[in-house]
Design a binder for this molecule. Structure first.
Ligand SMILES: [Zn+2]
Length: 80
């Protein structure tokens, strides 16, 4: 059983054997070091209503979207 994490910059996915919210790794595709977001949160972020998105949403990398949405209570960060 593997878990999928998504690069916040280019969307490349990586597999890990454990499940956490974010992993900090260097992406093999774009070379950026960053917080790769668990794929389940990517789905949740897709469901954030337009009116709840800040103006800069489209320019924010995935990890910032997730932390922003969590801070405002739109997405709940679960520990498992
Ligand atoms: Zn990348």
């Amino acid at each position: 059983m593997t878990e999928t994490y998504v690069c916040p910059h280019c969307g490349t996915t990586q597999e890990r054997s454990y499940r956490v919210r974010l992993i900090i790794v260097t992406c093999p595709e774009c070379g950026e070091n960053g917080r790769h977001v668990h794929a389940s949160y990517v789905d949740l972020l897709d469901e954030v209503p337009e009116e709840d998105k800040p103006d800069e949403w489209s320019r924010m990398p995935l990890d910032e979207r997730l932390l922003d949405a969590a801070k405002r209570g739109i997405v709940e960060l679960r520990s498992s």
